[in-house]
Ligand binder design. Structure first.
Ligand code: GDP
Length: 452
C-alpha cells in the first residue's frame, strides 16, 4: 500500500496553534495528499477547492475520529504547487492527535519540517524570497503598522520594485555587451557617456528608496526608546505605566541582560520597544558607575530617548555632553505633585519638558500623545509601508549602488563596465532570491515554524 516516493515527499502538519480551539487545520502537501484524503474521508473526492463535510475514519471501516470539513486542492493551483488537502477538524488534542496518527498510519505521509510548506511554495515559484520574508513578518506582526508593511511585502511590493530595477539593468547590460561583441559595428563611440545618464538615474532611484529603509526596519522591529535619568526619578514607574495600558503588548524577551528591562508596546498601531535600565540604582558605587555606562550605551543605540528628572534635579539636567549627543530626546519632569505651582524653564537644548506625575496622573496623556507622535514620525508617514524591511535587503541594495557608481569610472573599458553592471544585477537578485539562493534559504526558512 505504502508508496515509498509519496511517503518521502508528502508532508502533514498542524497549521493552527496547539492551544485547545474550536477548529484546527491540518494540511497535507505532496503526491500522497489525494490518496490519504480518500482513505480517511472516503471517496469520491470532494470537488476541488470546495469544502465537504465528511466523517474521518482511521482507515476504511475504522473508528470514526471526527466529523470535519475537508478540502482538496489538486496541483499546480495550490499554495505549494503540489496536490494539497486540508482537514478542518475540531480543535481538541485527542482529535488532532487521532487524525495525525491516522494519516501517518497510511504510510503515505510524514510530519513536515519547520517552514517546509513555504519552502515548497518557494521551490514551485509561488513566492520569491522577499515574499516569503513578508509572509514570516505577517505571521509575526503584532501591530497594525507591521501588518500593513508585511502584507505589502508578501504581495510583492519589494519584489516588483527590485525586478523593475533589474529589468533596467539588463537593458543597460545588453547595450554594453553589444559594444564588446561587435566593436566595429554601429555601437556609439561614446558608449560610456551615453549610458552614464541612465546608470546614474538608476543608482539615484535605489538610493532614494534606501533612505526609507531605517523607517521600514523600525516598523518591523519596533522603535527603540530608552528611558534614562538619575536613580529614583520614576523611570520604572513610567515603564510600568506605559506597559500597563490596555493597548500595550507586554513581552518579556528572554536573553536580555538582567540590568535592562524591555517591554514591547503598540502606540496607536506603531511598534515600540521600551528599555528601562532599572535594577542597579541601589548598588555600590562601582556597580552603579557601570550601570550608568550601560544606560548611556543603551541611549546611544536607541531611536528616541526619554530623559527624566524630578523637580529638584531639573536645573542641572542633561548637562553632560555625553547626554546631549545622540538620538532625539523627550525631556520629562516627574513628581510635579511634590512641587505644586513650580515653574520650569525650557531645557536649552531639549526644549520644554513634559511635566508629569506618575502618582496622581497629571500630564500623562500629553506625554503619551507626544511619544506616539515621535514614534509615528520615526516610522515614516502613517499608512505608507516601507520597502526594505531587513538589513539583508539594505546590504544588497547598497552593494548594487556601489557597483553602479563604480561602473562609471572605467572610461572606455566596456568589459569592466559590464562586470560591474553584472555585479549590481546579482546584488539585486539576492533580494528576491534570483541568484545565490542556496546560502540564503536556510536563513530565511529557519524563521518559520512547523505547519507554515
Ligand atoms: P527609578 O529609579 O527612576 O526607576 O524610579 P522608580 O520608578 O523606582 O521610582 C522611585 C520612587 O519614586 C518610588 O518610590 C515611586 O513610588 C516614587 N514615584 C514615582 N513617580 C512618582 C511621582 O510622580 N510622584 C511621587 N511623589 N513619587 C513618585
Amino acid at each position: 500500500m505504502a508508496d515509498q516516493a509519496a511517503t518521502g515527499s508528502t508532508i502533514i502538519a498542524l497549521s493552527t496553534g496547539r492551544a485547545r480551539a474550536a477548529i484546527a487545520v491540518l494540511r497535507l502537501s505532496g503526491p500522497g495528499a489525494g490518496p490519504v484524503l480518500d482513505q480517511l474521508a472516503g471517496t469520491p473526492r470532494p470537488t476541488p477547492r470546495r469544502a465537504a463535510l465528511r466523517t474521518l475514519r482511521a482507515g476504511a471501516g475504522g473508528e470514526a475520529l471526527d466529523s470535519a470539513l475537508v478540502l482538496w486542492f489538486p496541483g499546480p493551483h495550490s499554495a505549494t504547487g503540489e496536490d494539497m488537502a486540508e482537514f478542518h477538524i475540531h480543535g481538541g488534542p485527542a482529535v488532532i492527535d487521532g487524525v495525525i496518527q491516522a494519516v501517518l498510519a497510511t504510510g503515505l505521509a510524514r510530519p513536515a519540517e519547520p517552514g517546509e510548506f513555504t519552502r515548497r511554495a518557494f521551490d514551485a515559484g509561488k513566492l520569491d524570497l522577499a515574499e516569503v520574508e513578508g509572509l514570516a513578518d505577517l505571521i509575526g506582526a503584532e501591530t497594525a503598522a507591521q501588518r500593513r508593511q508585511a502584507l505589502s511585502q508578501m504581495d510583492g511590493a519589494l519584489s516588483r520594485r527590485v525586478e523593475g530595477w533589474r529589468a533596467e539593468l539588463v537593458r543597460l547590460m545588453a547595450l554594453v555587451e553589444a559594444a564588446i561583441d561587435f566593436p566595429d559595428e554601429d555601437v556609439p563611440e561614446d558608449l560610456a557617456d551615453s549610458l552614464s545618464g541612465p546608470i546614474a538615474q538608476l543608482a539615484r532611484r535605489i538610493t532614494k528608496d534606501l533612505a526609507g529603509a531605517a523607517h521600514a526596519e523600525r516598523v518591523r522591529d519596533g522603535v527603540r526608546i530608552a528611558i534614562l535619568g538619575p536613580p529614583n526619578v520614576g523611570k520604572s514607574s513610567l515603564l510600568n505605566w506605559l506597559a500597563g495600558r490596555d493597548a500595550a503588548i507586554v513581552a518579556d524577551i528572554p536573553g536580555t541582560t538582567r540590568d535592562v528591562v524591555e517591554v514591547h508596546l503598540s502606540l496607536e498601531g506603531y511598534p515600540a520597544i521600551l528599555w528601562d535600565t532599572a535594577g542597579l540604582r541601589e548598588t555600590a558605587d562601582p556597580v552603579e558607575q557601570e550601570g550608568i555606562r550601560r544606560a548611556r550605551a543603551r541611549g546611544a543605540h536607541a531611536d528616541l530617548r526619554i530623559m527624566m528628572a524630578d523637580p529638584y534635579l531639573w536645573s542641572g539636567f542633561g548637562a553632560d555632553p555625553q547626554d546631549i549627543e545622540g538620538p532625539p530626546v523627550i525631556p520629562v519632569i516627574n513628581k510635579i505633585d511634590l512641587a505644586p505651582g513650580k515653574v520650569f524653564d525650557p531645557h536649552p537644548i531639549f526644549g520644554p519638558p513634559e511635566r508629569i506625575s506618575l502618582s496622581d496622573g497629571q500630564g500623562l496623556d500629553p506625554l503619551l500623545t507626544r511619544l506616539t507622535a515621535e514614534v509615528a514620525k520615526l516610522c515614516a508617514q502613517a499608512g505608507e509601508a516601507g520597502l526594505f524591511t531587513r538589513a539583508r535587503h539594505v546590504a544588497a541594495a547598497e552593494e548594487a549602488v556601489t557597483a553602479l557608481r563604480r561602473s562609471q569610472t572605467h572610461g572606455r573599458e566596456p568589459e569592466l563596465m559590464a562586470e560591474d553592471l553584472r555585479l549590481a544585477a546579482r546584488a539585486l537578485g539576492r533580494i528576491t532570491g534570483k541568484v545565490d539562493v542556496e546560502e540564503l534559504l536556510d536563513l530565511v526558512f529557519r524563521e518559520f515554524c512547523i505547519g507554515k
